[in-house]
Design a protein around this ligand. Structure first.
Ligand code: SF4
Length: 387
């Protein structure tokens, strides 16, 4: 059982033989993908408040210093992103700000919102109005939270990071693997196309990495909702001195991810943090969200590659580069799915993976709808100004 699992009724158990098999995987055991995808996004750090203080994290700000973007700032960021050809509004959070963040809660109340999640709903509506598809990463959520927010999101995500109970999550308020697994399960039960991943180098060992990947696989096999798994290496920063894992470590763990996960689940590395060109032959097929207009606010010292650098990564693997929407093609409705892509099985208790507001945004007869449908076709990077 994983730490915190009892509290959330997590009934996952990882098979020891499967762990051993995964531990024996090497890069030469996995097939090279036939394409490399990415999504063009605008990164919107809605708030830097977070109830936790993970030791490797530079994203959160303490009470009194945390930022909160106004509705006008959200709209302006979305306009800039849509103008630059982005398809995705990536809303990032810390975890739900607790009651130490009095100023933030007072501001939200002045604006007419009872909670940060209620405000996130409005921010997603703004993104849709401005022609972008919201992908929210709001930390841990309950099923009720997903039931609300799924109505305005194309897809959502949270990093599992690890099933190990590591000191990097230490502190008075400590997030647990049980809590994260509960969030991933809640997303599945609510039929939300979902992104998760593991963080490599925060004190976990090889067995923990294997168990984390198998836990994600188990949840995907139950609910069919995991669209991609990020294999992200930790990087040194002003708050931590965790060393960046070496290339051999990353090659092995990426290959383990490819071997552990079903074929339909993408394996992604972030190209501003990882040596992506040296990992293409280990089974990656996606480079995640890359922004032409905003920083990676979670790792601000690490710049996004531009379009030509992404092409160079694809060339290193001898595969084509393709742009995608934040929602993977198999979750899209029939009329938007490219030929040859099979539909994901219907989500439990829902008619569609993609909610009506998002389907209408994509189908709209305007410049944004045309851009989104062009990317949904999946036949190449969209040519936009500045490329
Ligand atoms: S990693 Fe996430 S949960 Fe941890 S402190 Fe940073 S924002 Fe909060």
């Amino acid at each position: 059982m994983f730490a915190g699992g009892d509290e959330y009724g997590i009934d996952l158990s990882v098979d020891g033989a499967a762990v051993e098999r995964l531990l024996s995987v090497h890069p030469s055991d996995v097939a090279v993908a036939d394409r490399l995808t990415f999504a063009r996004n605008v990164f919107i750090p809605l708030t830097t408040a977070c109830r936790y203080t993970c030791t490797y994290c530079t994203y959160y700000d303490v009470p009194g210093e945390a930022s909160l973007l106004s509705p006008e700032e959200v709209r302006e960021q979305c306009r800039v992103g849509a103008d630059a050809g982005c398809t995705e509004a990536l809303f990032t959070f810390g975890d739900e700000p607790d009651d130490r963040y009095t100023a933030l809660h007072e501001t939200l109340a002045e604006w007419g919102f009872d909670s940060i999640h209620e405000y996130l709903y409005r921010a997603c509506e703004i993104a849709l109005e401005e022609g972008l598809l919201p992908h929210s990463n709001p930390g841990d959520l309950t099923e009720a939270g997903f039931a609300d927010l799924r109505e305005v999101n194309a897809s959502m995500g949270v990093m599992l990071e690890t099933t190990a109970d590591v000191d990097a999550h230490a502190g008075g308020r400590r997030k647990t693997p049980g809590q994260r697994l509960n969030t991933i399960r809640a997303a599945g039960r609510q039929g939300v196309p979902f992104t998760t991943g593991i963080l490599v180098g925060i004190g976990e060992d090889w067995r923990d990495r294997a168990e984390s990947l198998l836990a994600i696989r188990d949840l995907h096999e139950r609910h069919g909702h995991v669209q991609e798994v990020i294999v992200q290496n930790v990087v040194p920063n002003e708050r931590s001195d965790f060393p960046k894992p070496d290339l051999d470590t990353m090659r092995r763990v990426v290959a383990m991810a490819r071997a552990a996960l079903p074929e339909e689940v993408s394996v992604q590395v972030p190209p501003n943090l990882s040596p992506a060109a040296d990992l293409v032959d280990c089974g990656i097929d996606d480079l995640g969200g890359v922004s032409p207009v905003t920083d990676d606010y979670i790792n601000p010292a690490y710049e996004w590659p531009d379009h030509r650098e992404l092409e160079a990564v694809a060339d290193a693997g001898g595969v084509p580069l393709r742009e995608r929407l934040p929602t993977y093609a198999r979750y899209l409705p029939d009329e938007l799915r490219p030929a040859g892509v099979e539909s994901a099985p219907e989500p439990a208790g829902r008619d569609e993976w993609v909610p009506a507001a998002v389907r209408e945004r994509i189908a709209a007869d305007d410049v944004h709808g045309r851009r989104l449908r062009a990317v949904a076709r999946g036949d190449g990077p969209l040519a936009v100004r500045g490329d």
